[in-house]
Write a protein that binds this ligand. Structure first.
Ligand code: NAD
Length: 398
């Protein structure tokens, strides 16, 4: 990958509309992920793989970790190289073979990665299959040669995969509705910066993007103007001009964001800024007074649209986070770390970030989604374990 940096970066930019900086960041993070995976795999090999002998009542058990077999890796469009490699590399390193299906928007990159492996890996160890998921997905998932599946994408497709996969050996990383809960005495300028980078970078097309701001009336009144000022300063346009807000991956994605805006407006939501869509370019939009009857309250826009949800107190904020259909991450902002930690213990999401935007990195941390956000744990170490199983051979002596 290092030797093919320019091609990879260009493919990410042109296929999924990332800026050069973001595409370069994704590639560098991926290379680091691969190096760390090799390091962790060595530790697992030293500690666990290899026969573990227990002699009890003349029985000698050799229990070891072995590869599961043939794994399917299906990745989404938004991190076409990072989220593909975070499935493929752990599976290969632990001795599996892989069938990789990149997202439709990301298939050129997938094919390029496939090509890179031709001279490196023996035939059949790594296989890239491109095509629309709706057309070839079922065939891949239900193929009797497949032993396990690792999928990242939307909740709708993830649930279908879980339903039809014969082995039920599935890891799913799905959608999110990560709330940012803002407590009293927060540094609101710092919070607003986190909302911009957490909620709007790559135009909100991130599973761990901040997807709602939840706070009390007093804090919302003070925070909103700071956020609006920062949003209105963002450059909107082409990734080739290094804009911060760039076109969404498809026009259909932009249309969906539009329907969420219209629904919120019709039900009393107050647009503070944005509400402008030109083909697949959605201007960053903040809507205040978002209530439970609006789709935006608990749906994932996957675009630059953030609701402000006003609550009577922080118990209500936690109730909203815990009753969401999603349970990926949450972030809590405030001054008193002990209080924040206690609140974090009450929030039922995969992880809770204290005084930072929600995010997946560092990749060595476990990455967890509950409810409609996923099934199983990822992150470098868990991904390695999830591609192996424990096998035993028991030798009986007379
Ligand atoms: P998507 O579900 O539309 O597509 C994901 C992948 O599934 C693609 O490769 C697609 O071709 C394939 N696919 C589609 N239909 C299929 C079928 N019937 N069988 C098998 N595969 C099929 O998702 P997307 O639009 O590419 O990505 C956005 C979604 O992914 C968002 O919901 C986002 O939150 C989620 N996501 C989650 C994480 C996470 O780690 N939790 C990370 C990134 C993205």
């Amino acid at each position: 990958m290092n030797e093919n940096r320019d091609e990879i970066i260009e493919l990410i930019m042109y296929e999924v509309g990332k800026t050069k900086k973001d595409a370069t960041g994704e590639l560098d993070r991926t290379i680091e992920y691969i190096d760390q995976t090799f390091e962790e795999a060595k530790k697992i090999a030293e500690n666990i793989i290899g026969p573990d002998v227990h002699g009890i009542k003349n029985k000698f058990g050799h229990f070891m970790r072995v590869a599961k077999g043939v794994g399917v890796s299906i990745s989404p469009f938004n991190y076409p190289i990072n989220l593909a490699m975070s499935k493929i590399i752990p599976a290969l390193v632990m001795g599996n073979t892989v069938v990789y299906k990149p997202a439709t928007n990301g298939s050129l990159l997938g094919a390029f990665v496939g090509q890179l492996t031709i001279d490196i890996l023996p035939n059949g160890v790594f296989n890239t299959v491109t095509g629309r998921g709706s057309e070839i997905g079922d065939e891949i998932i239900t193929n009797k040669e497949i032993d396990f599946v690792s999928f990242t994408g939307s909740t709708r497709i993830g649930q279908r995969i879980l339903e039809i996969c014969p082995s039920k050996d599935v890891v799913l990383e799905l959608g999110g509705k990560d709330p940012a809960i803002i407590l009293d005495n927060s540094d609101l300028n710092f919070v607003a910066d986190n909302i911009i980078s957490g909620g709007l970078s790559y135009s909100g097309q991130r599973c761990t993007a901040i997807k709602s701001i939840i706070t009390t009336n007093e804090i919302a009144d003070e925070l909103a103007p700071i956020v609006i000022k920062k949003v209105e300063d963002l450059k909107v346009g082409s990734p080739l001009d290094d804009a911060f807000i760039t076109p969404l991956v498809t026009e259909a994605a932009a249309k969906y964001v539009g329907t969420l805006i219209e629904d919120a407006k019709a039900k009393g939501g107050k647009v503070l800024t944005g509400d402008r869509i030109e083909r697949n370019l959605v201007y960053p939009t903040i809507i205040d007074n978002v209530t439970r009857d609006m789709e935006l309250f608990d749906e994932e826009p996957f675009g630059p649209l953030i609701p402000i949800i006003r609550v009577k107190d922080f118990d209500e904020a936690i109730e909203i986070a815990n009753n969401s259909q999603y349970g990926l991450q949450a972030s809590l902002f405030g001054k008193d770390e002990d209080e924040l930690y206690k609140l974090a213990m009450k929030i039922n999401t995969g992880s809770v970030n204290i005084n930072s935007r929600s995010q997946r990195s560092p990749d060595i941390f476990p990455f967890i989604g509950i409810r409609n956000s996923g099934f199983g744990v990822q992150g470098i170490i868990d991904a390695l374990y999830s591609t192996t199983r424990v096998k035993g051979i028991v030798v009986n002596k007379k």
